[in-house]
Design a protein around this ligand. Structure first.
Ligand code: GLA
Length: 733
């Protein structure tokens, strides 16, 4: 049993393979958080929390003669609001009488087999393994609001998922002002916060900070999970390393506006509240209705590497759906950086023919294929082929590409509209624009109001039509601007605060319909590179274009940061031209190949401009990628260098799940003369086995892990080395 209730002590205990999560229904019915971490070996963890008079922290009315009892210091599973817990709260609302407070106490709980679903939202699903659900119902008696807390316990995956449902149980209206998914408490400890910030072309940079007293807030209000703050954080012990130390991950499965508040309070306790961004949020909860919040995937592990492994496995097996989730991802050529908008059918076919010759499996036609799209100022919304560029139409190009033996992929950006488009001329009210106000433009385009059902249906019929009428194997679904001027012309003024979340409910439904109707199509998410790289999107698109920055040296940093939460199989990575178009940096082809092989592999350059020598090298890269893909996408990833400590090189490895093969890679970012060679201790090998190390020598797994591996000298501009380490003898004396 993964979930237990102990009647005498009123404890609710969740257990995964290695962790325990303990709650207690206290004497007044508050649901207290008692413990989360390695299985403690006993049920009652309430001994660790002491009651004492905490001065200016007040007491609930029932405990007015007991000054040791205060919500302001009590660790809770989901907070009340406005009734004396002055830390960050999980929820805020105004009731029809104008009051803005509610206190939630336990009513009942239910333990059920299987994993709960969240209507309309992506969530971790059960996949063969055993999952159980705990549902705890809390209620406020004055305002008559209810909350259902859902806990999904995945024993084998070692994760717990959480989500909340806020219910209006009365006949009066309630306006929600804040609706978080979780409250997590860390009553004791010395904690660091790790988060993943960034910008366009430099996404998910890890930053680790010691918490300060007060609230540290990480938000996106950009209408997308954003390049700036990924909805994933780690709370780790100040001394935690890759290999050991308490590490807690919290990953929000959501692609829209989000908020994470981390508070270190007056008593050195840490509270994390994560969920929908409450800025400009206002949800009309009419009587008898409820709002479900997005899911958070929680994990605990000893060390950052083990934490990453838990997320990688969960995402690969229980988040990503469809036939591509664990299977080979086609090696592709994308024409974007080869031609941008300037192409003819002849040029595309020239690239495709060369691609086939090199062993590439799929040709992807990026932006610019539809009418009036010769730059990024026009055309979005009208998904009609530009017959000047493609005289025979899209169908004819596809047939020619397929005749070469390649698969075909297409770029679309369906959520957007250009002012200069037939769609906008016919339906200006379908764009999100505030009345009487000239909207902010970004890439000179506007965002369609997906919260409007007519827009949803238009997009469904356009995209499904495109897929029905054409033999398309892959869709790159882009989203190239943040959402501002949020105003839906189809929504009453009092409900405008619901539009950002309704947008995502509609987008997820659209993705759900399309992926179910076209199960053979591989979807790759994209938002100006990695601006919507989150577990919500990964439910529908097994891979996401990691960044518009294709410079391999910049990519090392981006892919390093991304790897803390997300697996290699989710990161779109391509070999592009040198000098690189974003940074101007020149790098060797081998380095570009090594770095792109840490994701879902492809090329994005004009293949017709390559030398014979480069073509030969690319053929070898493709063969190599196909050979190592099962280890990279299915194995465990180990970060063997830390850029915050060493800026000379990056080093990482993948180890197959049976430890029989390890792919070790290194790239030197700052070559120095006569300097110490790169020496790393390998990880995850079978200690007793003997391995062949790149065919160069044989060595025991234990030795490679204890004494390490020394790279030969790497000189020149950004040199890379990839070593194939194979087990040749299972056990030795
Ligand atoms: C975005 C994507 C790019 C490319 C362009 C096309 O920036 O991230 O890969 O598709 O749009 O306009």
């Amino acid at each position: 049993m993964s979930i237990r209730f102990i009647e005498e002590t009123k404890q609710l205990i969740l257990e995964t393979k290695n962790t325990g999560y303990h709650m207690k229904i206290d004497q007044l019915g508050y649901l207290q958080h008692m413990y989360y971490g390695p299985k403690p070996g006993q049920d009652d963890m309430s001994y660790a929390f002491r009651y004492y008079d905490r001065g200016f922290s007040g007491n609930p009315y029932d405990k007015r003669y007991d000054r040791t009892y205060s919500l302001d210091s009590m660790p809770q599973e989901y907070t009340s609001f406005g009734v004396g817990d002055f830390r960050v709260n999980s929820i805020a609302a105004s009731c029809s009488d104008g009051s803005r407070c509610a206190e939630f106490r336990y009513v009942s709980h239910e333990i059920s087999e299987g994993k709960y679903d969240i209507p309309g939202l992506p969530s971790v699903y059960e996949n063969g393994g055993r999952a159980q659900t705990l549902t705890v119902t809390l209620k406020d008696n004055a305002a008559n609001m209810g909350i259902r807390l859902y806990y999904g316990v995945f024993e084998d995956l070692d994760i717990i998922t959480r989500s909340a449902e806020i219910i209006n149980t009365v006949s009066e209206m309630v306006w929600l002002r804040k609706a978080s998914s979780i409250c997590m408490e860390f009553p004791y400890g010395n904690w660091d916060l790790m988060h993943f910030y960034g910008r366009h072309c430099m996404e998910r940079q890890p930053e680790r900070v010691k918490l300060f007293h007060g609230v540290q807030t990480l938000v996106s209000g950009r209408g997308m999970s954003s390049h700036q703050h990924n909805p994933f954080i780690i709370i780790c012990d100040h001394d935690a390393t890759e290999d050991s130390g308490d590490c807690y991950g919290m990953m929000l499965m959501y692609s829209g506006n989000h908020k994470t508040e981390v508070e270190l309070d007056q008593f050195e306790s840490v509270r994390v509240v994560m969920g929908l961004n409450d800025d400009r949020f206002r949800w009309e909860l009419s009587p008898g209705t409820s709002l479900h919040t997005p899911e958070v995937i929680l994990a605990y592990a000893d060390g950052l590497t083990a934490l990453s492994h838990i997320y990688h496995r969960a995402i690969r097996n229980n988040v990503v759906r469809g036939k591509y989730k664990l299977s080979h991802r086609p090696v592709l050529i994308n024409n974007w950086e080869a031609t941008y908008f300037d192409f003819t059918e002849e040029k595309l076919l020239q690239i495709a023919a060369k691609a086939k010759d090199l062993g590439i499996e799929m040709f992807v036609l990026d932006d610019g294929w539809f009418r009036n799209r010769n730059d990024d100022n026009a055309g979005l919304g009208d998904w009609v082929t530009d017959t000047e560029k493609l005289p025979g139409g899209l169908g004819s190009l596809i047939s020619k590409v397929k005749a070469m033996g390649l698969r075909f992929g297409l770029w679309i950006e369906p959520e957007m509209v250009s002012e200069d488009s037939d769609l906008f001329r016919a339906h200006p009210e379908w764009a999100l624009t505030a009345p009487g106000r000239a909207p902010m433009m970004a890439r000179n385009q506007l965002v369609l109001d997906l919260s409007n059902e007519e827009v949803h249906e238009y997009l469904y019929s356009t995209i499904s039509g495109l897929l029905r009428d054409n033999d398309i194997d892959y869709i790159k679904w882009d989203f190239n601007r943040p959402i501002s001027d949020v105003y839906s012309h189809s929504t009453p003024s009092a409900r405008q605060g619901e539009v950002p979340h309704r947008y995502y409910l509609s987008l997820y439904r659209l993705y759900d319909r399309l992926t179910k109707e076209f199960p053979d199509v591989l979807f790759e998410g994209c938002a100006g590179g990695g601006g919507r790289f989150d577990a919500g999107m990964l439910q529908y698109s097994p891979q996401i274009w990691c960044s518009d920055n294709t410079d391999p040296v910049a990519r090392l940093a981006i892919q390093y940061g991304t790897s803390f939460g997300y697996p290699a199989s989710s990161m779109g990575a391509h070999v592009s031209a040198s000098p690189n178009h974003q940074t101007g940096r020149k790098t060797p082809l081998s380095t570009r190949g090594t770095v792109a092989m840490a994701g879902t592999f492809g090329y994005e350059l004009d293949l017709s401009k390559l030398t014979e020598e480069e073509c030969e090298e690319i053929k070898k890269q493709i063969e190599r990628y196909k050979d190592i893909e099962p280890v990279v996408h299915g194995g465990d990833m180990y970060r063997l260098s830390d850029p915050s400590e060493n800026s000379r090189y990056y080093c990482w490895e993948y180890v197959s799940s049976d430890s029989s093969r390890c792919i070790l890679s290194a790239v030197v970012t700052d070559p120095q003369a006569n300097y110490t060679l790169i020496h790393v201790k390998l990880k995850g090998l079978d200690p007793d086995a003997v391995y062949s190390v790149g065919g160069e020598f044989e060595c025991r797994g234990r030795t490679l892990m204890q004494n390490g591996y020394t790279f030969t000298q790497l000189t020149g501009d950004y040199p890379a080395r990839q070593i194939d380490i194979r087990r040749i003898k299972e056990k030795t004396q």
